[in-house]
Design a protein around this ligand. Structure first.
Ligand SMILES: NC(=O)c1ccc[n+]([C@@H]2O[C@H](COP(=O)([O-])OP(=O)(O)OC[C@H]3O[C@@H](n4cnc5c(N)ncnc54)[C@H](O)[C@@H]3O)[C@@H](O)[C@H]2O)c1
Length: 385
């Protein structure tokens, strides 16, 4: 399937690299409101640079990936659907819930599909956790915790202002990874209660051309929430940019028969730990699941598996074979509503019910990987002009 990419910023390289690993999709062209950004990525990856208008009337392109900034997601995805093409968006699906609902309705009316990042839950570690839960090894999950705690982005990001302004904050930035991982394991969220705080009134930019400049913080930077899932599980969620160091696991789930420690949902690899009843911790083997091998080194020196783009490959394969795709618009809408509910609850001091729900995405069975994601039929090469 030929695809296009709109938005040629930082994350586009991961998608262009990832797409080249699968025979199911072939990037035909890339576009950006900044023409120079599209030309740079086109020449780096051997694809065509084009205008957005030209991409949207190209009959060969069936699916367009939207990698623009969050505030542009709704408008760009709407144009893609209006042009009769499937859309896969980076997270969040949109900034406003009304826009997300409208996109899903548009797609439904046009018999098109919407997919959305994150796709990290398709990684080996999260699929291994899914199998552990589905096999009942830790029993029924009663409670648990999710924590994403750090000191924030101003120490290294050259333009970190938006993180600390309305629309920023840790829930909207990192929440999609954690909440999607929880929904993959536990199903839909029923309601949330939350509180918030702002640890520091200002932040000082640590590096780059603006080093030393102060940013006024205009959004809460710490949230504590309680997520009640429809299956009865209650998960506390702590999200903060006011923490120097901590010793918590990304996600811990406490079941009637044992405990499961879920690795970082921002990445695809790392071994989960399981204890049955009060037994010793056992590392779960993730090698039978796809997309767990490390392929990137972080600034900290930590090696991580980062296979962003497999969600769009799964979507293309699902369209061709007529099955549901896993990183779906319904899932992304439910994640967005849950995040918005946390913000509302923290502001208004009340419990907020979640109206939407979604099915847990289909698991990726052991030993799939290349078989699921690499087609035997090589699509014809497209001409780069
Ligand atoms: N950078 C990361 O590490 C990272 C990781 C995961 C997800 N994401 C998500 O990916 C998306 C893009 O992030 P990024 O870091 O690549 O941002 P970026 O600012 O580097 O790139 C965004 C690009 O979109 C273009 N753009 C903006 N509005 C547009 C419009 N209306 N039409 C066409 N092009 C437009 C910009 O010119 C820019 O080139 C965001 O939704 C972000 O949440 C980023």
């Amino acid at each position: 399937m030929y695809i296009g990419i709109i938005g040629c910023g930082v994350i586009s390289a991961a998608y262009l690299r990832g797409a080249s690993r699968s025979n199911y999709i072939r990037v035909k062209s890339v576009a950006d409101i900044r023409e120079e950004a599209a030309i740079a990525q086109a020449s780096a990856f051997g694809v065509n640079a084009t205008s957005i208008d030209a991409m949207l009337v190209d009959p060969a392109i069936e699916l367009v990936i939207n990698l623009t900034v969050p505030n542009a997601h709704a408008e760009v995805s709407r144009r893609i659907l209006d042009a009769g093409k499937h859309v896969y968006s980076e997270k969040p699906l949109t900034v406003s819930l009304d826009d997300a609902r409208e996109l899903l309705q548009m797609a439904d009316e046009r018999k098109l599909r919407i997919g959305c990042a994150p796709d990290t839950f398709l990684g080996a570690s999260h699929q291994a956790c899914r199998e552990i839960i589905d096999q009942g090894r830790v029993g029924t999950i009663l409670s648990g915790s999710a924590s994403f705690l750090s000191r924030g982005m101003e120490a290294w990001h050259p333009n970190p202002d938006f993180f600390f302004k309305p629309g920023g904050g840790p829930i909207l930035d990192l929440g999609p990874y954690y909440i999607t991982a929880l929904i993959n394991l536990l199903g839909s969220v029923a309601s949330v209660v939350a509180t918030s705080a702002t640890g520091y009134a200002t932040r000082t930019i640590g590096g780059g051309a603006r080093a030393g400049e102060e940013i006024v913080v205009e959004t809460p930077t710490s949230y504590s929430a309680l997520l009640s899932f429809r299956n009865g599980a209650r998960i506390t969620l702590d999200a903060s940019w006011d923490v120097w160091k901590h010793g918590r696991s990304p996600i811990e789930l406490y079941g009637t028969k044992g405990t499961l420690v879920v690795p970082d949902p921002n990445f695809f690899g790392d071994e989960p730990s399981v204890s049955e009843r009060d037994g010793d911790w056992v590392h779960a083997d993730i090698s039978a699941f796809p997309f767990g091998e490390p392929n990137r080194t972080l600034r900290s020196g930590r090696e991580v598996a980062d296979h962003r783009s497999i969600g769009v490959v799964d979507m293309a394969q699902a369209i061709m074979s007529g099955r549901p795709h896993r990183a779906s618009g319904e899932l992304a809408l439910h994640v967005l509503e849950t995040m918005q509910a946390i913000l509302i609850s923290a502001t208004e001091g009340r419990s907020v019910s979640i109206l939407s729900s979604c099915n847990r995405p289909l698991p990726l069975p052991r030993g799939t990987g290349e078989r699921v994601f690499a087609s035997a039929d090589e699509p014809p090469a497209c001409e780069v002009v």
